[in-house]
Design a protein. Structure first.
Length: 313
Protein backbone atom coordinates (compact mmCIF):
# COMPACT_ATOMS: atom_id res chain seq x y z
CA UNK A 1 0.00 0.00 0.00
CA UNK A 2 1.31 3.45 -0.94
CA UNK A 3 1.80 6.04 1.80
CA UNK A 4 0.15 9.40 1.08
CA UNK A 5 1.56 12.65 2.45
CA UNK A 6 -1.56 14.75 2.79
CA UNK A 7 0.38 17.82 3.92
CA UNK A 8 2.49 17.64 0.78
CA UNK A 9 -0.65 17.25 -1.35
CA UNK A 10 -2.11 20.49 0.02
CA UNK A 11 1.27 22.24 0.16
CA UNK A 12 1.08 23.13 3.85
CA UNK A 13 3.45 22.45 6.79
CA UNK A 14 2.61 19.78 9.35
CA UNK A 15 1.82 22.48 11.94
CA UNK A 16 -0.60 24.30 9.65
CA UNK A 17 -3.69 25.76 11.30
CA UNK A 18 -7.22 24.83 10.32
CA UNK A 19 -7.53 28.15 8.44
CA UNK A 20 -4.28 27.50 6.53
CA UNK A 21 -5.59 24.09 5.47
CA UNK A 22 -8.92 25.53 4.34
CA UNK A 23 -7.18 28.27 2.30
CA UNK A 24 -4.89 25.73 0.64
CA UNK A 25 -7.84 23.54 -0.27
CA UNK A 26 -9.76 26.44 -1.82
CA UNK A 27 -6.71 27.49 -3.84
CA UNK A 28 -6.18 23.97 -5.21
CA UNK A 29 -9.90 23.45 -5.82
CA UNK A 30 -9.91 26.52 -8.07
CA UNK A 31 -6.92 25.09 -9.91
CA UNK A 32 -8.07 21.50 -10.36
CA UNK A 33 -11.87 21.46 -10.30
CA UNK A 34 -12.84 19.56 -13.48
CA UNK A 35 -15.51 22.12 -14.37
CA UNK A 36 -12.98 24.94 -14.72
CA UNK A 37 -9.49 23.41 -14.90
CA UNK A 38 -7.51 23.01 -18.10
CA UNK A 39 -4.99 20.66 -16.42
CA UNK A 40 -4.74 17.28 -18.18
CA UNK A 41 -5.01 15.31 -14.92
CA UNK A 42 -7.39 17.68 -13.15
CA UNK A 43 -9.89 15.00 -12.12
CA UNK A 44 -7.19 12.84 -10.50
CA UNK A 45 -5.56 15.82 -8.81
CA UNK A 46 -8.90 17.03 -7.47
CA UNK A 47 -9.56 13.59 -6.02
CA UNK A 48 -6.17 13.66 -4.27
CA UNK A 49 -6.84 17.15 -2.91
CA UNK A 50 -10.29 16.14 -1.66
CA UNK A 51 -8.85 13.11 0.11
CA UNK A 52 -6.13 15.17 1.80
CA UNK A 53 -8.62 17.82 2.89
CA UNK A 54 -11.05 15.19 4.21
CA UNK A 55 -8.33 14.03 6.60
CA UNK A 56 -6.61 17.27 7.56
CA UNK A 57 -9.81 19.28 8.04
CA UNK A 58 -11.13 16.76 10.58
CA UNK A 59 -9.32 17.03 13.95
CA UNK A 60 -9.90 13.34 14.71
CA UNK A 61 -8.65 12.02 11.39
CA UNK A 62 -5.76 14.48 11.37
CA UNK A 63 -4.64 13.50 14.85
CA UNK A 64 -4.70 9.82 13.91
CA UNK A 65 -2.85 10.51 10.67
CA UNK A 66 -0.22 12.56 12.50
CA UNK A 67 0.39 9.59 14.78
CA UNK A 68 1.36 7.55 11.72
CA UNK A 69 3.41 10.41 10.29
CA UNK A 70 5.78 10.19 13.25
CA UNK A 71 7.12 6.95 11.71
CA UNK A 72 8.86 8.98 9.01
CA UNK A 73 7.19 7.44 5.98
CA UNK A 74 7.66 9.19 2.64
CA UNK A 75 4.98 9.86 0.02
CA UNK A 76 4.78 6.98 -2.46
CA UNK A 77 6.73 4.56 -0.26
CA UNK A 78 5.38 1.13 0.63
CA UNK A 79 3.48 1.33 3.88
CA UNK A 80 1.55 -0.98 6.15
CA UNK A 81 0.02 0.42 9.34
CA UNK A 82 1.35 -1.45 12.37
CA UNK A 83 -1.09 -3.61 14.37
CA UNK A 84 -3.09 -1.56 16.84
CA UNK A 85 -1.81 1.78 15.52
CA UNK A 86 -5.21 3.38 16.22
CA UNK A 87 -5.74 1.80 19.65
CA UNK A 88 -6.91 4.08 22.46
CA UNK A 89 -8.02 6.87 20.12
CA UNK A 90 -11.52 7.97 21.08
CA UNK A 91 -13.53 9.13 18.09
CA UNK A 92 -16.91 10.80 18.10
CA UNK A 93 -19.82 9.49 16.09
CA UNK A 94 -19.54 12.15 13.44
CA UNK A 95 -17.46 13.04 10.38
CA UNK A 96 -16.72 16.63 9.42
CA UNK A 97 -17.76 16.27 5.79
CA UNK A 98 -19.55 12.96 5.43
CA UNK A 99 -16.98 11.50 2.99
CA UNK A 100 -17.26 7.85 2.11
CA UNK A 101 -14.10 5.73 2.25
CA UNK A 102 -14.93 4.12 -1.09
CA UNK A 103 -14.38 7.49 -2.82
CA UNK A 104 -10.70 7.56 -1.94
CA UNK A 105 -7.52 5.48 -1.96
CA UNK A 106 -6.79 2.13 -0.34
CA UNK A 107 -4.54 4.04 2.06
CA UNK A 108 -7.48 6.19 3.23
CA UNK A 109 -9.80 3.18 3.51
CA UNK A 110 -7.27 1.15 5.51
CA UNK A 111 -6.77 3.94 8.02
CA UNK A 112 -10.26 5.37 8.41
CA UNK A 113 -12.82 2.76 7.40
CA UNK A 114 -13.31 1.85 11.05
CA UNK A 115 -14.17 5.40 12.11
CA UNK A 116 -17.86 6.03 12.46
CA UNK A 117 -19.46 8.68 10.30
CA UNK A 118 -22.57 10.78 10.52
CA UNK A 119 -23.81 14.31 10.59
CA UNK A 120 -22.81 16.84 13.20
CA UNK A 121 -25.36 17.26 15.92
CA UNK A 122 -26.82 20.68 16.58
CA UNK A 123 -27.28 22.08 20.07
CA UNK A 124 -30.98 21.34 20.29
CA UNK A 125 -32.47 19.01 22.86
CA UNK A 126 -30.79 15.79 21.92
CA UNK A 127 -28.83 12.92 23.35
CA UNK A 128 -25.04 13.14 23.29
CA UNK A 129 -22.99 11.57 20.51
CA UNK A 130 -21.81 8.00 20.83
CA UNK A 131 -18.03 7.66 20.90
CA UNK A 132 -15.90 4.77 19.64
CA UNK A 133 -12.42 3.49 20.44
CA UNK A 134 -10.32 0.40 19.81
CA UNK A 135 -8.53 -1.17 22.78
CA UNK A 136 -5.75 -3.76 22.74
CA UNK A 137 -5.97 -6.54 25.34
CA UNK A 138 -3.77 -9.46 26.32
CA UNK A 139 -5.15 -12.83 25.24
CA UNK A 140 -5.00 -13.98 28.85
CA UNK A 141 -7.55 -11.28 29.78
CA UNK A 142 -10.17 -13.21 27.81
CA UNK A 143 -9.48 -16.45 29.67
CA UNK A 144 -9.90 -15.10 33.17
CA UNK A 145 -11.83 -11.83 32.82
CA UNK A 146 -10.42 -8.78 34.56
CA UNK A 147 -10.70 -5.05 35.11
CA UNK A 148 -8.35 -2.86 33.12
CA UNK A 149 -7.45 0.81 33.50
CA UNK A 150 -7.83 2.15 29.94
CA UNK A 151 -6.48 5.57 28.95
CA UNK A 152 -8.16 7.10 25.89
CA UNK A 153 -7.07 10.13 23.88
CA UNK A 154 -9.69 12.38 22.31
CA UNK A 155 -8.53 14.80 19.57
CA UNK A 156 -9.73 18.41 19.56
CA UNK A 157 -8.55 21.72 18.07
CA UNK A 158 -6.51 24.20 20.08
CA UNK A 159 -6.85 27.98 19.80
CA UNK A 160 -4.67 27.97 16.65
CA UNK A 161 -6.81 25.32 14.95
CA UNK A 162 -4.26 22.53 15.38
CA UNK A 163 -5.18 19.09 16.73
CA UNK A 164 -4.23 18.27 20.32
CA UNK A 165 -5.28 15.46 22.63
CA UNK A 166 -7.22 15.41 25.84
CA UNK A 167 -6.80 12.21 27.83
CA UNK A 168 -9.00 10.46 30.34
CA UNK A 169 -8.80 7.09 32.10
CA UNK A 170 -11.58 4.59 32.72
CA UNK A 171 -11.72 1.37 34.71
CA UNK A 172 -13.26 -1.15 32.31
CA UNK A 173 -14.51 -4.59 33.25
CA UNK A 174 -13.32 -7.09 30.65
CA UNK A 175 -15.72 -10.05 30.59
CA UNK A 176 -14.39 -13.59 30.43
CA UNK A 177 -14.62 -14.96 26.91
CA UNK A 178 -14.33 -11.62 25.11
CA UNK A 179 -13.03 -12.08 21.56
CA UNK A 180 -11.51 -9.90 18.85
CA UNK A 181 -14.09 -7.66 17.20
CA UNK A 182 -16.45 -7.77 20.17
CA UNK A 183 -17.71 -4.39 21.38
CA UNK A 184 -17.97 -3.40 25.05
CA UNK A 185 -20.57 -0.71 25.68
CA UNK A 186 -20.08 1.84 28.45
CA UNK A 187 -23.40 3.60 28.92
CA UNK A 188 -23.23 7.36 29.39
CA UNK A 189 -19.47 7.60 28.74
CA UNK A 190 -19.76 9.19 25.28
CA UNK A 191 -20.35 12.81 24.33
CA UNK A 192 -22.38 15.05 26.67
CA UNK A 193 -26.06 15.61 25.97
CA UNK A 194 -27.50 19.02 25.19
CA UNK A 195 -30.09 20.93 27.21
CA UNK A 196 -30.50 18.25 29.85
CA UNK A 197 -30.53 15.22 27.55
CA UNK A 198 -28.44 12.16 28.52
CA UNK A 199 -24.87 11.58 27.39
CA UNK A 200 -24.05 9.20 24.58
CA UNK A 201 -22.40 5.83 25.02
CA UNK A 202 -18.78 4.78 24.53
CA UNK A 203 -18.22 1.64 22.45
CA UNK A 204 -14.88 -0.13 22.88
CA UNK A 205 -13.90 -2.52 20.10
CA UNK A 206 -11.68 -5.31 21.43
CA UNK A 207 -8.52 -6.42 19.63
CA UNK A 208 -5.70 -8.57 20.97
CA UNK A 209 -2.07 -7.58 21.18
CA UNK A 210 0.30 -9.72 19.11
CA UNK A 211 1.41 -12.68 21.22
CA UNK A 212 4.86 -14.24 21.16
CA UNK A 213 3.42 -17.74 21.59
CA UNK A 214 -0.13 -17.91 20.28
CA UNK A 215 -1.87 -17.05 17.02
CA UNK A 216 -5.51 -16.03 17.33
CA UNK A 217 -8.16 -16.68 14.71
CA UNK A 218 -11.62 -15.73 15.90
CA UNK A 219 -12.19 -17.83 19.02
CA UNK A 220 -9.56 -20.44 18.07
CA UNK A 221 -5.98 -20.38 19.32
CA UNK A 222 -2.97 -21.86 17.54
CA UNK A 223 0.43 -22.72 19.01
CA UNK A 224 3.47 -24.30 17.37
CA UNK A 225 4.60 -27.22 19.55
CA UNK A 226 8.24 -28.32 19.15
CA UNK A 227 8.79 -32.08 19.57
CA UNK A 228 11.92 -34.20 19.48
CA UNK A 229 12.27 -36.80 16.69
CA UNK A 230 11.82 -39.71 19.14
CA UNK A 231 8.66 -38.09 20.59
CA UNK A 232 7.22 -37.76 17.10
CA UNK A 233 8.16 -41.30 16.01
CA UNK A 234 7.56 -43.25 19.20
CA UNK A 235 4.76 -41.14 20.65
CA UNK A 236 4.97 -39.27 23.94
CA UNK A 237 3.01 -37.36 26.54
CA UNK A 238 4.24 -33.77 26.89
CA UNK A 239 3.24 -30.73 28.90
CA UNK A 240 1.99 -27.74 26.89
CA UNK A 241 1.50 -24.18 28.19
CA UNK A 242 -1.95 -22.82 27.32
CA UNK A 243 -3.35 -19.37 28.18
CA UNK A 244 -5.02 -20.65 31.36
CA UNK A 245 -2.33 -23.05 32.63
CA UNK A 246 -0.70 -26.32 31.57
CA UNK A 247 -2.17 -29.38 29.85
CA UNK A 248 -0.73 -32.81 29.12
CA UNK A 249 -1.02 -33.83 25.49
CA UNK A 250 -0.44 -37.22 23.87
CA UNK A 251 1.69 -37.06 20.71
CA UNK A 252 0.58 -39.91 18.41
CA UNK A 253 3.22 -42.29 17.04
CA UNK A 254 4.78 -41.51 13.65
CA UNK A 255 3.73 -37.87 13.71
CA UNK A 256 5.25 -35.46 11.21
CA UNK A 257 5.88 -31.72 11.27
CA UNK A 258 2.70 -29.85 10.45
CA UNK A 259 0.36 -32.35 12.05
CA UNK A 260 -2.48 -30.54 13.83
CA UNK A 261 -3.85 -31.72 17.16
CA UNK A 262 -7.09 -30.24 18.47
CA UNK A 263 -7.88 -29.53 22.09
CA UNK A 264 -11.64 -29.10 21.90
CA UNK A 265 -13.07 -26.18 23.86
CA UNK A 266 -9.66 -24.93 25.06
CA UNK A 267 -9.76 -21.81 22.91
CA UNK A 268 -11.37 -18.54 23.99
CA UNK A 269 -13.97 -19.48 26.63
CA UNK A 270 -16.97 -17.77 25.06
CA UNK A 271 -20.57 -19.03 25.27
CA UNK A 272 -19.53 -21.34 22.45
CA UNK A 273 -15.83 -21.83 23.24
CA UNK A 274 -13.19 -22.00 20.58
CA UNK A 275 -10.61 -24.74 20.16
CA UNK A 276 -6.88 -24.77 20.76
CA UNK A 277 -4.78 -26.26 17.96
CA UNK A 278 -1.25 -27.59 18.37
CA UNK A 279 0.87 -27.54 15.20
CA UNK A 280 3.69 -30.06 15.61
CA UNK A 281 7.20 -29.06 14.62
CA UNK A 282 9.82 -31.81 14.71
CA UNK A 283 13.11 -30.28 15.89
CA UNK A 284 16.37 -32.10 15.15
CA UNK A 285 19.15 -32.11 17.73
CA UNK A 286 22.26 -30.40 16.35
CA UNK A 287 25.29 -32.57 15.53
CA UNK A 288 27.77 -30.44 17.45
CA UNK A 289 29.74 -33.31 19.00
CA UNK A 290 31.52 -36.32 17.52
CA UNK A 291 29.13 -38.66 19.29
CA UNK A 292 26.12 -36.87 17.82
CA UNK A 293 27.62 -37.03 14.31
CA UNK A 294 28.25 -40.72 14.73
CA UNK A 295 24.65 -41.22 15.80
CA UNK A 296 23.35 -39.53 12.63
CA UNK A 297 25.77 -41.51 10.47
CA UNK A 298 24.55 -44.78 11.99
CA UNK A 299 20.93 -43.73 11.50
CA UNK A 300 21.61 -42.96 7.83
CA UNK A 301 23.12 -46.41 7.29
CA UNK A 302 20.56 -48.38 9.29
CA UNK A 303 17.36 -46.70 8.12
CA UNK A 304 18.27 -46.11 4.46
CA UNK A 305 15.51 -43.51 4.42
CA UNK A 306 14.97 -41.35 1.31
CA UNK A 307 12.66 -38.38 2.06
CA UNK A 308 12.63 -37.45 -1.68
CA UNK A 309 11.56 -40.84 -3.01
CA UNK A 310 8.14 -39.49 -4.03
CA UNK A 311 9.84 -36.95 -6.31
CA UNK A 312 11.20 -39.72 -8.54
CA UNK A 313 14.81 -38.57 -8.33
Amino acid sequence: MEFKDYYQTLGVPRDASADDIKKAFRRLARKYHPDVSKEADAEHQMKEVNEAYTVLSDPEKRAAYDQLGQRGSQAGSDFQPPPGWDANFEFSGRSSNGAQTADFSDFFAELFSGMRGGARQTHQRMRGEDHHAKIMLDLEDSYRGTTRSISLRMPKLDDQGRPVFTEHTLNVRIPKGVHAGQVIRLAGQGGPGHNGEPAGDLFLEVQFKPHNRYRIEGKDIYITLPVAPWEAVLGATVKVPVPDGLVEVRIPENSQSGRKLRLKGRGIPAATPGNLYLILEVVLPPATTEKAREFYQNMARELAFDPRQHLGV
